[in-house]
Design a protein around this ligand. Structure first.
Ligand code: AMP
Ligand code: MG
Length: 361
């Protein structure tokens, strides 16, 4: 398939065509404030099937439906509950996805067979304009090959999906860099199924009591997910966000972690491995490994969130055998750091060394 890549300066000339492609069942990748999305008509089962095929995504992993206007939500759901209404008014447009019970017009091909639907209104101007031009709700998972780190630049999308989609709209580097917070409001107490930029505290302030899916809390504690208690967002159970080389996460105080990273890198190199280190801006580790990536200061979680996926992709391009990463002291972070830690922990897939507990890698 021929893929049209539209650069930032030409976007205005292409919205109409992009909208037409979407209405006619084609696929368009576009930037949002969280990560790039791979869009198709959410009401067209065949378009959803094309999204799964292009990404190589398991078909039980539901898609998030994107809208650009409040009036477009009601037809997608059985009911907008008072809690959902409050969340929409407070956080939309923005990086919050709300799970509600779906109406009959949303095909189960879009919801991975579920009777609920995930809905979000992105704030990115390109996303908004595209959805309005399409005139239909847009199902859009992250625009990466399934399992790879999510795309935060058009180049990442081109790397994964060129030749597999009709159009890629380049909106430059995205702002936040980690996916939206997902909150399920179909139960008695709203539950966070995936942490993101909108934190538990922000949600609690808006609607009162909010819980976090137990499986998500376990991921953040460095525990592996068990099939007995899978996460409630089906996608969270898959190996995710991970670079090709094994990623080992080192948790502890800044200086301790730096010393351990130096030691592990030296060991890896003496074993003949190509070693990468992911560390904070302040770490004095240049020259200790084949590649050293500085992705932000400890405490500056916005910068770390912005850089993490690009760094994990860089690890692939650099063809490393093993990666050691600082955990950036995120373990007690309840804000954006909680989301970043969730993604790093998933990328590490249980390979966590806690220097305070002296566990095993
Ligand atoms: P992505 O589109 O790549 O950001 O992934 C979307 C995430 O939303 C996946 O983890 C899905 O499992 C989750 N999700 C989408 N729809 C639902 C739903 N109806 N119920 C629970 N989780 C959902
Ligand atoms: Mg994804």
């Amino acid at each position: 398939m021929e893929t049209i890549v539209v650069r930032e300066s030409e976007l205005d000339d292409y919205y109409e065509e992009a909208g037409r492609i979407l209405r006619e069942g084609g696929l368009v990748a576009f930037p949002t404030e969280t990560v790039y999305g791979l869009g198709g008509n959410a009401l067209d089962p065949e378009a959803s099937a094309k999204i799964y095929a292009a990404k190589g995504r398991p078909s039980d992993n539901p898609l998030i439906v994107h809208v650009a206007d409040f009036a477009d939500v009601a037809p997608l759901v059985r009911e907008i509950t008072p809690v959902a209404d409050k969340l929409m008014k407070k956080f939309w447009p923005g990086p919050l996805t709300i799970i509600m019970n779906k109406s009959d017009i949303v095909p189960t091909a879009t919801t991975g067979g579920l009777q609920s639907v995930a809905v979000r209104m992105p704030v990115h101007p390109v996303a908004m304009k595209l959805i309005r031009c399409a005139g239909v709700p847009i199902a859009a998972p992250s625009a990466n090959t399934s399992g790879r780190p999510s795309p935060t630049k058009a180049e990442h999308v081109i790397e994964d999906l060129f030749g597999r989609v009709d159009m890629i709209m380049d909106g430059g580097s995205v702002g936040i860099g980690v996916e939206s917070t997902i909150v399920d409001v179909t139960g008695e107490v709203p539950m966070i199924l995936r942490p993101g930029y909108i934190t538990k505290e922000m949600l609690t302030e808006a609607i009162g009591d909010v819980t976090i899916d137990k499986a998500v809390a376990k991921i953040n504690e460095g525990q592996l997910i068990t099939s007995k208690e899978p996460p409630k967002a089906p996608g969270m159970k898959y190996r995710h966000y991970a670079p090709k080389a094994p990623l080992n996460l080192i948790c502890g105080d800044e200086e301790e972690v730096e010393a351990e990273l130096r030691k592990l890198a030296a060991q890896g190199k003496s074993d003949g491995l190509r070693v990468g280190i992911i560390c904070s801006d302040g770490a004095d580790l240049d020259g200790c490994a084949d590649r050293v990536y500085h992705i932000g200061r400890r405490g500056d979680t916005e910068t770390i969130a912005h850089n993490i996926y690009d760094c994990l992709r860089q690890c692939d391009a650099d063809k490393l055998d093993v990666i050691y990463s600082d955990d950036f002291g995120l373990e007690n972070d309840e804000a954006l750091g909680y989301a970043v830690q969730n993604r790093i922990m998933k990328a590490a897939g249980g390979h966590v060394l806690n220097l305070k507990q002296k566990g095993d890698l």
